[in-house]
Design a protein. Structure first.
Length: 398
């Protein structure tokens, strides 16, 4: 749901009734991942998508029904071998979808509205909803925000270790606190998925399935070296939804005119900028300077940071020489093993745009666990990060 937070937040502000269908889990080759959503308002206006077209019509009708009767429903869709034109996923996957009415006066609306507002404003937030369990709890929600986002909490929020949460499930009070803590962990990792938990907040007892959707600011891509290849990489990075910074010590090259699509341009020695800037486990660092006086102090620091990816441009000869220099300044073999150099996948790239595509492909493969080989003739999964379908009763939940 948080993937369409900006539009849904406007609906809330306008006082519209709507129902939202959210992908809970997928199995096999499904087109959308958990958290993808389709919403329908009382006038029949639809936004978002849950399947890329395969089951949109059926899900649209489920939303209209939920708006009418006020009941949440969990529905499973899969490929029909008997009738290829029946409602189902022709890609052969399975998809579970939770449909929740969000009408003015519904108990779930304040929590969902708080989550939508926070996500729409770019804040880090997690929305937790019960997917399977007792009928009166399905669809109930709470929203989690980090402590630094709201130091004092709002009037309706309650603290947990690491932040605040609003809303609740209306069951055992420990359930709210436990789910808030678990959702906070999902939020810290920028992860969306499901968890299983007992009705009283323990790991035993009647199980509940809870969907946790995380919305976090875009991950960072920092490109060191204001060269023509960097300009192409900035464009690709923005296309992949990174917040892109270009850093170079040479003011004549690091200009807005040369990098109009960059979110930030920094004129500073690369290693000094990296020392003071904020990075996290989703940050990717692309070193395109291939100049030892910049590369060595920069990579010495970069390879010791908890970032997602470190790649460096250069020929194989440059790579070998750079590794010697890095060892001389104390970089260990374990740290060197993290370095992607020469940067990018083997696409035969020559132009800046082709090289940027090669680098981006390696970043995606590294993030998703892909091999980088052609899918033609391969027997590897197309999607490497599929979330398993949760156990429990699937179908109509009154």
């Amino acid at each position: 749901m948080l993937d369409i937070a900006e539009e849904l937040n406007r609906w809330v502000e306008q006082g519209r009734d709507f129902a939202v269908a959210t992908v809970v889990a997928v199995g096999g080759s499904a087109p959308r991942r958990p958290g993808a959503a389709l919403a329908v308002d009382a006038d029949g206006t639809a936004i978002g998508s849950v399947s890329g077209g395969c089951v949109e019509g059926a899900v649209y009708e489920l939303c209209r029904q939920a708006l009418e009767d006020g009941e949440s429903v969990l529905e499973r869709f899969g490929y029909s071998d008997d009738d290829a034109f029946a409602v189902g996923l022709t890609c052969g996957g399975i998809i579970d979808i939770l449909v929740t009415p969000v009408r003015v006066g519904d108990r779930v609306r304040p929590a969902i509205a708080a989550g939508l507002e926070a996500a729409a404003s770019g804040g880090a937030t997690a929305l937790a909803r019960i997917v399977t369990g007792p009928a009166d709890l399905v669809g109930r929600a709470l929203v989690v925000r980090r402590r630094e986002a709201d130091e004092n909490g709002s009037r309706n929020s309650a603290p947990y270790d690491g932040g605040f949460y609003e809303g609740g499930f209306g069951a055992h009070p420990e359930l709210d606190r436990t789910v808030a803590a678990e959702a906070g962990a999902f939020l810290d990792a920028g992860r969306t998925g499901t968890l299983e938990i007992g009705e009283q907040g323990s790991r035993c007892g009647a199980p509940l399935t809870v969907l946790v959707e995380s919305s976090v600011p875009p991950p960072r891509m920092i490109v060191f070296g204001a060269i023509d290849f960097a300009s192409a990489l900035v464009r690709v990075g923005k296309f992949l939804n990174y917040r892109v910074t270009v850093c170079d010590a040479r003011p004549v090259f690091a200009t807005e005119a040369r990098f109009p699509e960059a979110d930030e341009i920094v004129v500073e020695w690369p290693h000094r900028y990296l020392e003071r800037t904020e990075v996290d486990a989703r940050t990717v660092l692309c070193v395109l300077t291939h100049d030892a006086k910049f590369d060595v102090p920069l990579l010495r620091l970069a390879l010791r940071l908890p970032v997602a990816y470190v790649g460096a441009m250069g020929s194989r000869r440059t790579h070998l020489d750079r590794n010697i220099r890095l060892r001389e300044v104390g970089v260990t073999e374990l740290e060197l093993a993290r370095l992607r150099s020469p940067i990018g996948l083997d696409l035969g790239a020559r132009t800046p745009e082709e090289t940027a595509l090669s680098i981006a492909a390696e970043i995606v493969a590294d993030r998703r666990g892909g091999s980088g080989v052609s899918l033609t003739g391969a027997h590897t999964p197309i999607h490497h990060d599929a979330t398993s379908v949760p156990t429990g009763r699937i179908g109509s939940v009154a």
